[in-house]
Design a protein around this ligand. Structure first.
Ligand SMILES: *Cc1c(COP(=O)(O)O)cnc(C)c1O
Length: 292
């Protein structure tokens, strides 16, 4: 199921940028969406090589990673269990996880903090299980994400990506370095205090001046939005015909336009934005949007 897939690169019209391209990883699969497909590719390969038939992972109740893992497990005929942070809830993400047969174990926020302990508590004597960290963060995920660079047939002055754990950004940076490109990688953390992302990336590849972190586009923190950001999503979707999500990709595209307004990028620069997917999250946000 992880046979080679090249996601398309599409030019979009986001006034006044005239050279903005989007790598449509959101189109790879609706459920194993975007960077989660890239991240799981080698994780599943490794799990299979180690003859594990049960994936165990972690996430919040709106985690794209949980949906992706559930779908990937079902299609690969593996079992899946997720530890879900917080009290029991039901939403569109967990519905899809359950339909794919993923077992959900809700754990309070305190216990969730120590994932290795949780894993041991439930699965210590079970050698069929394979531990996948929250968000899929791992060297295998970095390798999978670095392949995005290998698929590019043109060069860009700037590549933009949103970051949660920074694993995808690490893969892109590694890809850029390995290919000897001059491209700048602009990373937009979606959490408050996003400078920790540099340390995360440094755990996987050497930091270089290819990397630029923009820590001021978190809009209040993880999964937080503002009326301005929601308004941006509406305008962007209508103008470009491409849907974006409030948690990750909207913050990245907002940053691109804002940096242009600050003259940090030029209209003539060739820019590639990685659409990392995550659109299912939008469906839980209908009450946030107001349509007049
Ligand atoms: C998970 C996710 C990210 C963040 O990826 P990291 O590798 O954790 O930085 C970005 N965009 C979308 C849509 C995601 O689902």
């Amino acid at each position: 199921m992880f046979e080679k897939i090249y996601s398309p690169v599409q030019k979009i019209d986001l006034h006044p940028l005239s050279n903005l391209y989007v790598k449509r990883d959101d189109l790879i699969d609706p459920y194993i969406s975007g960077n989660k497909w890239r991240k799981l590719k080698y994780i599943l390969q490794k799990a299979k090589a180690e003859q594990k038939n049960h994936l165990v992972t972690f996430g919040g109740a709106y985690s794209n990673h949980l949906v992706a893992t559930a779908a990937a497990a079902a299609r690969s005929r593996l079992q899946a269990t997720a530890f879900v942070r917080g009290e029991e809830v039901n939403n569109q993400m967990l519905l899809i996880c359950s339909l794919y047969g993923m077992k959900l174990i809700f754990v309070d926020r305190e216990s969730y903090k120590n994932k290795v302990d949780l894993y041991k508590q439930y699965f210590d004597s079970d050698d069929s299980t394979y531990f996948i960290d929250e968000g899929g963060a791992s060297a295998e995920a970095v390798q999978g994400c670095s392949e995005i660079i290998l698929e590019l047939t043109k060069t860009y002055d700037h590549i933009f990506v949103a970051a949660g754990t920074g694993t995808t950004a690490a893969g892109l940076l590694k890809g850029i370095q390995d290919a000897g490109l001059n491209t700048k990688l602009h990373v937009v953390p979606v959490l408050k205090g996003g400078s920790f992302i540099a340390d995360e990336i440094a755990g996987y590849t050497t930091l270089s001046d290819h990397l630029i972190l923009h820590t001021d586009y978190h809009f209040g923190g993880y999964a937080r939005t503002t009326p301005e950001l929601l308004d941006f999503i509406k305008k962007f979707s209508k103008q470009t015909g491409v849907l974006i999500d409030p948690v990750y990709t909207a913050k990245m595209f907002y940053a691109i336009l804002d940096l242009y307004q600050q003259n940090q990028i030029l209209t003539t620069d060739r820019i590639l934005a990685i659409h990392t997917g995550g659109l299912l999250g939008l469906l839980g946000m209908k009450d946030k949007f107001h349509f007049a």
